[in-house]
Design a protein around this ligand. Structure first.
Ligand code: 5RP
Ligand code: MG
Length: 208
């Protein structure tokens, strides 16, 4: 089970500083969507340059122009790019085609997808690598968690890796681990913890 650290609210300097302290506990470093808006692909470039042995995910949440936007992420050094599951199949297909050309991976974010039973088999047929259930920050503020979505995704995903994101922390990680996802994504649960190194260490230990 991999730990993906989502960096969302830091600038590039702060991100590089915190990664110095926590990278040894992390399998995938996510350049989160707000971080990408703030720092651009330079963030992907510099993180990959500093940590070539760690996988890097660009959380671009692609909604259109799949092949071109995926190419931008991969060219900067991303091992994975995200595309929204709710978008058109052609966009997802474009991301997958670009991933296959470059030997990289596509993670689909199911945020706001209403019907997993219908959508997940289609996503699998398009050849995506990872499907993630994700309770977004705004939904988290309304009290939602991704636990039930993860249970549901487990029923429908037959051949694709599974990831889970949305407010997971060192106290709740065990509930998710019990459902055996392939990737656990944690952002604020590490970076907003009183001691980010201790939080990363505890969460990583829970995944083993
Ligand atoms: C928000 C995101 C975040 O990266 C994801 O939700 C993980 O962060 P957190 O653990 O703080 O929820 O993509 O859209
Ligand atoms: Mg993210």
């Amino acid at each position: 089970m991999k730990l993906q650290l989502a960096i969302d609210e830091l600038n590039l300097k702060e991100a590089l500083e915190v990664l110095e302290r926590v990278h040894s506990y992390v399998d995938i470093i996510e350049v989160g969507t707000p971080f990408l808006i703030d720092a651009g692909r330079e963030a992907v470039r510099q993180i990959k340059e500093n940590y070539p042995e760690v996988e890097v995910l660009c959380d671009a949440k692609i909604m259109d122009a799949g092949e071109y936007e995926a190419q931008l992420a991969y060219d900067a050094g991303a091992d994975y790019v995200t595309v929204l599951g709710i978008t058109d199949d052609l966009t997802i297909k474009g991301c997958v085609e670009q991933a296959r050309k470059q030997g990289r991976q596509v993670m689909v974010d199911l945020i706001c997808v209403p019907d997993f039973a219908r959508r997940v088999p289609v996503l699998e047929s398009l050849g995506v690598d990872v499907i993630a259930v994700h309770t977004g920050v705004d939904q988290q503020h309304a009290g939602r968690t991704p636990l039930e979505d993860l249970q549901e995704l487990k029923q429908y995903a037959k051949k694709t890796q599974i990831a889970v994101a949305g407010g997971i922390n060192s106290e709740t990680v065990g509930e998710y681990v019990a459902l055996e996802p392939d990737i656990v994504i944690v952002g604020s649960g590490i970076l907003n913890a009183a001691d980010p190194v201790e939080a990363a260490k505890t969460i990583k230990a829970a995944l083993k």
